[in-house]
Design a protein around this ligand. Structure first.
Ligand code: TYM
Length: 335
């Protein structure tokens, strides 16, 4: 059996990039009988990015509902909130003590923060919390607590998986046994990075997202109408290369639909009409999920039951592993 594990940080409401890049392939993988799927809400990671309790609370709920609405079967997978698993921060500490500070100095997110500070003539570490600095170790703990083999993520997360391997190797080497298997990042090549409204990677931090469910069909249509296009008028042939609109379409359509849309663009369909076609194609997939999403949000107690049952299942696996590691480092019970 392959253990597949991935998480989503609970800082916002899910967008098309999260769906196409993470949720959809993960839900598909969970249906493979040879896969043990571990999917979770990374709510400890969210605290690094936000100190707004209401936002964190609403987001982890919405992201949980998104997984379920997208078809995840919580009985056929292990579906939980990171913060319900005390073994994760416990393992994080064990890993922290074998992680070189130099490794963390090289993390992209940390380096980007330092670069911004240096650029602005500030102290290099101004505003950088130890939480941001330790982000990769927490993520390594997420993965290693379940000895996951395969971690499906977008490209932006590859470095974190590589660091998890480094840290796992260091731990194995230090304590002389293969406690951890080496996790592999798995990138969905076709949809590695979904562009946002402005053509850059779709991301909350760029404020260029198309919401998956929030705002209903109208919210999605309004966002799609804001996708930046070039100034070519109706009747003029349009490029499909480097077109965010086309790339998003492709992420939802069959190859035949994609070919037909490419023909329409080259044939000079206007951008306004093209956006309407894109909206209808995406909405066809999203509408039934949105209905399930709304239903789930209206039954918070049921969802809490699902999440607590998932946490119990997860702890039954992480608990014994962390116990073994405690023994290995010398934190043994005398009895
Ligand atoms: P996060 O919450 O930023 O994003 C969740 C997943 O969505 C992918 N993604 C995208 N994929 C394609 N196109 C986009 N525009 C796009 N935007 C986001 C991300 O690559 C990611 O796979 N650190 C992680 C969460 C995490 C985690 C883990 C993941 C915590 N622990 C352990 C895997 C294993 C993060 O912040 O993802």
């Amino acid at each position: 059996h392959t253990r597949v594990l991935t998480g989503i940080t609970t800082t916002g409401t899910p967008h098309l990039g999260n769906y196409v890049g993470a949720v959809r392939p993960a839900v598909l993988a969970s249906k493979d009988p040879n896969v043990d799927a571990f999917y979770f809400m990374a709510d400890y990671h969210a605290l690094i990015k936000s100190d707004d309790p209401d936002r964190i609370e609403a987001s982890r709920f919405k992201i949980a509902a998104t997984w379920l609405a997208a078809g995840l079967d919580p009985n056929a997978s292990t579906f939980y909130r990171q913060s319900d698993i005390p073994e994760v921060p416990e393992l994080m500490w064990l890993l922290t003590c074998v992680t070189s500070k130099g490794l963390l100095n090289r993390a992209h997110a940390y380096k980007a923060a330092v670069d911004r500070n240096v650029e602005a003539n500030e102290d290099a570490d101004a505003g950088v919390t130890a939480g941001l600095y330790m982000y990769p170790v927490l993520m390594a703990a997420d993965i290693l607590a379940f000895n996951a083999n395969k971690v499906p993520v977008g490209r932006d997360q590859i470095q974190h998986i590589e660091m998890a391997r480094d840290i796992a190797q260091r731990f194995n080497h230090t304590f002389g046994r293969e406690f951890f298997v080496m996790p592999e990042a798995h990138i969905e090549e076709q949809v590695a990075t979904l562009p946002g409204l402005d053509g850059r990677k779709m991301s909350k931090s760029y404020d260029n997202t198309v919401p998956l469910f929030e705002g209903g069909a109208k919210g999605m249509r309004d966002a799609i109408m804001k996708i930046v296009t070039d100034s070519r008028a109706p009747g003029e042939p349009k490029d499909t290369e480097d077109s965010a609109l086309f790339t998003i379409f492709k992420a939802f359509a069959t190859p035949a639909e994609t070919a037909a849309f490419a023909d329409a663009l080259r044939g000079g369909i206007g951008w306004g009409e093209a956006k309407q076609v894109l909206f209808e194609r995406v909405e066809a997939d999203v509408a039934p999920m949105r209905e399930r999403y709304e239903a789930l949000l209206s039954r918070p107690d049921d969802m809490e039951d699902i999440l607590l049952a998932g946490a119990a299942k997860a702890r039954a696996i992480a608990g014994p592993l962390v116990e073994t590691l405690r023994d290995a480092v010398g934190l043994r019970s005398a009895r």
